[in-house]
Write a protein that binds this ligand. Structure first.
Ligand code: ZN
Ligand code: ZN
Length: 311
């Protein structure tokens, strides 16, 4: 059987590769070879209705995630209090459109909460019995576990992740087999929100009349032009970034690749031919297309099978 992934025998090559990657991608944190350092264990908090939330102990990640949430809060405040509410009260904006804007915000925040706090697919001792064959699996010296093919050790999370896509510092979480669908949903909803907000901003600047019913003495109405310009710049930057990410993720999903496999130039993973629908059904773990759009915490298929998640 072809050896697709690195094992312990490859350690010297891995170190060379790691050095090369560090030069090519400064700040890159993954280790193909394993570290003897003690693993950082993510914190877990149980919240009623939301379940077990997971937080990676990485200050850079916490600050970046806080910045992402702050951008959302700024956007919600500016659009709601400067554009939507005054124009709705003046009769220039329809109720359903305002509701659609609210719906997009709720979906964005829900997917952000889920993708950043869900276990990405930690390799546990229960998984390892299925992956004893060194030809397809590798041994992690930090976790002391056999990890499945396509699994990598993440030093920030402190454990191995099944079919790891990448550790997204701005989400303060890894994206792997269990939460990959949430990342895609978050990107899609954020892109739609950027488009909707940009449309509202353009109408505010060039079409809507000055608000009549609003409190003109309020700070945010007095300085609305600057607040809206900043909003516009944020939307263009985030909208462009999410669009590029959606295209990259779409190509990876249909070609059965991950970001890490592209960076490490791993060989193309041998898999049965899949249609685009099958690729997305495997990613979202259900064939019901209408369920794809809800940010549910669906777990990966329990039974290892040849295909997207397992060899
Ligand atoms: Zn590990
Ligand atoms: Zn990670």
């Amino acid at each position: 059987m072809t050896k697709f992934f690195r094992t312990n025998d490859d350690s010297p090559d891995d170190e060379e590769l790691e050095e090369e990657i560090k030069t090519m991608y400064p700040g890159f944190v993954y280790r193909v070879s394993d570290s003897p350092a003690l693993p950082q264990v993510p914190m877990h908090i149980v919240v009623p209705f939301l379940g077990r939330l997971r937080f990676v102990r990485d200050w850079n990640g916490v600050l970046l995630l806080a910045f992402v949430v702050l951008c959302f809060m700024y956007s919600i405040f500016t659009t709601t209090f400067i554009i939507i509410l005054p124009q709705y009260q003046d009769g220039n904006l329809s109720g359903p459109f305002a509701l659609f804007y609210g719906f997009l915000n709720v979906m964005c925040l829900l997917t952000l909460l889920n993708v950043s706090t869900m276990n990405p697919g930690e390799v546990t001792s229960q998984d390892t019995d299925d992956y004893k064959d060194p030809a397809v699996s590798s041994y992690c010296k930090t976790c002391h576990l056999n990890r499945p093919p396509r699994g990598y050790h993440c030093v920030k999370c402190g454990h191995c992740v099944r079919r790891m896509d990448y550790h997204y510092t701005w989400l303060n979480n890894c994206v792997g087999a269990d939460n990959h669908h949430l990342l895609l949903l978050f990107l899609v909803y954020t892109f739609l929100l950027c488009l909707t907000t940009l449309t509202l901003v353009m109408f505010h600047l060039y079409k809507f009349p000055k608000c009549i019913s609003c409190d003109r003495e309020a700070f945010y109405i007095k300085h609305s032009i600057w607040l809206v310009y900043i909003q516009n710049i944020l939307c263009v930057i985030i909208g462009f970034q999410t669009f590029v990410s959606i295209v990259v993720q779409h190509l990876n999903i249909i070609m059965n690749r991950t970001i890490l496999e592209n960076i490490f130039l791993s060989p193309v993973y041998e898999t049965k031919k899949r249609t685009k629908f099958q690729a997305y059904a495997e990613l979202f773990k259900t064939k019901s297309v209408w369920l794809w759009f809800f940010p549910c915490r669906r777990k990966a298929m329990a039974v290892p099978q040849r295909g997207f998640f397992h060899p």
